[in-house]
Design a protein. Sequence first.
Length: 288
Amino acid sequence: MQRGRSPASVRSPVTLTPRRVRELLEAHDIRPSRALGQNFVADPNTVRRIAALAELKPGQKVVEIGAGLGSLTVALAETGARVVAVEADRRLVEVLRPQVEPLGVEVVHGDALTLDFAALLGTGPWSLVANLPYNVAVLLVVRVLDDVPAVSQLLVMVQRQVGERLAAGPGDRAYGAVSVKVAYHAQARVVSRVPATVFVPRPRVESVLVRLRRRPQVAVDPAVVPADRLFSVVRAGFAQRRKMLRRALAGVLSPEAFTEAGIDPRARAEELSVEDWGRLAAWSRSGI
């Protein structure tokens, strides 16, 4: 892999303006794909703010998912970090390479949902920064948390409703099974909002930035409660979230399990923390 150069070693890197984004798209006869969620950030202040929120230092390793035309990629390279930019659309890769490779960025053509991250990244720690379309955001975040321990921190730009689900805690309206999955691996919070006006083309939704910091150890000891058992119970509880847990989990837990776990059987799924779910799952019936 190439190492990212320091800002002083390259010639005046400039992030992309809306005009430059449109010029690149027109010059390469590219029409942004709605199916792929292609909305390109085209505001220098925004991408530099994202790079600052990523908390990168010179020489630090960062992988960017969905690099697009390279606007955010340039801002990440300006920090002096070692940047690997992943892009699934081959048309965009051909535009991206001449924009960012002179800055020391390594460009990889690949789909982040199937990419061999272990081979690409090797050992950590890595940071991950991404502008994610709504249809793959949750899948990708969960995949990285589950399968890519080399990534210790994520900063993802997602649709506001998705971001609220990722960062929600017990009692929050957006709290659900995905929120518990995130909390199992990481501490997450929404750190900024991103208006639709900074994108080309302009999306119909507001976006947010969510920072996820991986825990040193997962929240529930897998030696006590294996992850597959834990999340089987979580999914069963949230499948009937309007019901009291004693009814929602009637086929999963015995009535005595609530007493043993110290959980009120009248509670509902959205009231339980990941640690609460862990205590309940320890008393779940086998074979779920």
